[in-house]
Design a protein around this ligand. Structure first.
Ligand code: CP
Length: 310
């Protein structure tokens, strides 16, 4: 079915058919990264601006590489070196950037809802690269892509998402996207890190990590997001957290033999993941990063194609 979205603000706004289209196109783009000349002319003449108001390694680099591999002109805007440090407002900044006629703006911001605000006020297509604790759709899509590569489908798979669920935009986007593709999703977290309300029916909630591990085909470990706890940690200490909630070799043995481990990064080694588990054969963390380029190529391709059609 045709993809008709002008923006990608979150998994909430994507139908099952949109998700499948994005994943199928990403599958086709994946081989571009394995060529000697890693470039196709698909988005030649289109302009992509990456506006990051919050730090990023994987997402910003991956969106830049994705745009460049499609021959778009990609420009990076970093808030720390911009005139926002002189007091310019977000909307003034965005309107000035818009005056330079970009076709797509990829935005990360610490405040939930900023990508939607920009989509309502600017002519360019907007891609949400992570807003506060709200959504991170490109991460969810690359997670789904990686799982689909391993199991062929998400339909009927059991996906266990573990850790700081309350602050995790990845957990939200994964939950929405994966349930749309038929997966059974469970959140497992200390009670202090579990959000109180969900708008997605059918989710399993647990605070018993070791009981849930044998259930899972896929285990997604989350980072503790200290930067969103505003100086009040929701756990007694890092060592205690690791003891109760860390995925180590002993707990790995509770998992199914073919189960895989994902993590969105950055990993806190020795906290949510023991180093030998993070680097072990069940971990697909670097596959996620590799697949992120193909998935983001697909996102850029489809929303700019929608613009042309519109
Ligand atoms: N997964 C993720 O969003 O990583 P970065 O913060 O490095 O972009």
């Amino acid at each position: 079915m045709a993809f008709t979205q002008k923006h990608i603000l979150g998994m909430y706004h994507l139908e099952k058919s949109d998700i499948i289209t994005l994943l199928d196109t990403a599958q086709g783009f994946k081989e571009v990264s394995n060529r000697v000349i890693k470039k196709v002319p698909t988005l030649k003449g289109r302009t992509q601006i990456n506006m990051f108001f919050e730090n990023s390694t994987r997402t910003r680099t991956s969106f830049e590489i994705a745009g460049k591999r499609l021959s778009a002109d990609t420009i990076n805007f970093s808030s720390s070196t911009s005139s926002t440090t002189k007091g310019e407002t977000l909307m003034d900044t965005a309107k000035n950037i818009m005056a330079m006629k970009p076709d797509v703006i990829v935005v990360r911001h610490q405040v939930s809802g900023i990508p939607k605000l920009l989509a309502e006020n600017l002519d360019a297509s907007i891609i949400n690269a992570g807003d506060g604790a709200h959504e991170h759709p490109s991460q969810a899509l690359l997670d789904m892509f990686t799982i689909r590569e391993h199991f062929g489908t998400l339909d009927g798979l059991n996906v266990l998402i573990v850790g700081d669920v309350a602050h995790s935009r990845v957990a939200r986007s994964d939950l929405i996207g994966m349930t749309r593709l038929g997966a059974n999703v469970a959140f497992c977290a200390p009670r202090t890190m579990m959000p109180r309300q969900f708008h997605v029916p059918g989710i399993t909630i647990s605070s018993d990590f070791e009981k849930m591990l044998p259930w899972a085909d896929v285990v997604i470990m989350l980072r503790i997001q200290l930067e969103r706890m505003h100086g009040t940690p929701l756990f007694p200490g890092v060592e205690e957290y690791s003891r109760q909630w860390g995925l180590n070799k002993r707990r790995l043995n509770l998992m199914r033999k073919d189960a895989i481990i994902l993590h969105p990064g950055p990993v806190n080694r020795g906290v949510e993941l023991a180093p030998d588990v993070a680097d072990g054969e069940r971990s697909v963390i670097l596959e996620q990063v590799e697949n992120g380029v193909a998935v983001r190529m697909s996102m850029l391709y489809h929303i700019l194609h929608t613009q042309e059609e519109g």
